[in-house]
Design a protein around this ligand. Structure first.
Ligand code: NAP
Length: 314
């Protein structure tokens, strides 16, 4: 597994990381308890050293699982996120200093660590960033030795740029073939500040693998039941025609092509995968490619042109 330095943090992390939202069983539907542990162990065996989670995933249970399996592993980097209070029936966003400090202490306990590798604010608004209370609290937690680095999981490029301006060392962004703008529009700031980038949702929740029928129906609690209308899903699936020509030679599947698209971006420090079982993890690692260039430049240029010709806003 190749490594990349996460921006200016000096952290050298595996270029593929394991995200744990899907594994929590809350995002896409149930996952057997045994699968969680096996998948985390398998990721470690495959050379993955970055594990991404949030205190709200399964109300802390994913942090507990990571703590149980990786608590003593000095080679394993843990990224967690705070800002979603699920202590009552209705989840609410909270970014005040008292809440964040308490959340950090609880995460340290669950993760069985004295220091967390990266602590992120979990989808704050631009206003929350501009208020500075939340960002200054994470900077203080770093100064107190509870974090190695801090940052923001940003829902769009405005939040990302505001976070970078506030001093975030790491940002986490959704990034894939159909969702390029948040990263592209933040790139000048990322370069100037040497900000570490975590890219997530690289398969667009599985849609980019190209194996779904256009009539596929998702049912709650799978979050995809709410994500696309039937027409929107059909449109998205049709748009995959712009990506299909990438599949040739050693790139044997759409899954491989779209994953390589993300890996090919040198500004992405870690590509966060979201497999829900060992088979999916193995496929992703196997098909990711070994070294740059993950996609040849002419193929990338042709992809850009096809997306533009078809009027696909990315
Ligand atoms: N705000 C944030 O910071 C944030 C937001 C989103 C995600 N994340 C992190 O990033 C991780 C991944 O993101 P994501 O879940 O949003 O999206 P994703 O990685 O684009 O999609 C995950 C889904 O893709 C499908 N999949 C995975 N491996 C596959 C394979 N080999 N073949 C075919 N399908 C495959 C699975 O769908 P099926 O279940 O249908 O098999 C899985 O549930 C999450 O677990 C989370 O930890 C962070």
């Amino acid at each position: 597994m190749r490594k990349r330095t996460l921006g200016r943090t000096n952290l050298s992390v595996s270029e593929l990381g394991l995200g744990t939202w899907g594994l929590s069983g809350e995002a896409y539907g149930a996952v057997p308890e045994a699968e969680r542990g096996q998948l985390i162990e398998r990721a470690r065996m495959l050379g993955i050293t970055l594990f991404e989670t949030a205190d709200c995933y399964a109300k802390g249970k994913m942090e507990e699982k990571l703590g149980e399996l990786l608590g003593n592993d000095a080679e394993a980097f843990i990224v967690t996120k705070w800002g979603t209070d699920r202590s009552n029936n209705v989840a609410r966003k909270r970014f005040d200093a008292d809440y964040l400090r308490q959340a950090c202490d609880q995460s340290l306990e669950r993760l069985k660590r004295t220091k967390i590798t990266v602590g992120l604010l979990h989808n704050p608004s631009v206003k929350t960033i501009e208020r500075r209370e939340a960002t200054e609290t994470l900077a203080a937690l770093k100064a107190e030795g509870k974090l190695e680095a801090w940052g923001v999981s940003a829902g769009d490029d405005q939040v990302a740029r505001s976070a970078i301006e506030a001093g975030a060392e790491v940002i986490s962004l959704g990034y894939n073939v159909f969702r390029q703008k948040p990263l592209d529009a933040s790139l000048a700031d990322i370069k100037q500040n040497e900000t570490g980038v975590l890219a997530h949702s690289v398969l667009n929740y599985g849609q980019l693998c190209g194996v779904w029928s256009p009539y596929r129906v998702f049912r709650a609690p799978d979050h995809r039941a709410e994500r696309w209308t039937p027409d929107e899903l059909k449109r998205r699936i049709r748009q995959l025609d712009a990506v299909r020509p990438l599949v040739s030679g050693e790139i044997t599947s759409l899954r491989s092509a779209v994953l390589r698209f993300v890996l090919n971006n040198e500004h992405v420090g870690c590509t966060i995968l979201g497999p829900r079982n060992g088979m999916q993890l193995d496929q992703l690692v196997r098909e990711a490619g070994q070294a740059p260039p993950y996609l040849p430049e002419p193929k990338l240029v042709a992809l850009k042109n096809r997306l533009e010709d078809l009027g696909i806003a990315t």
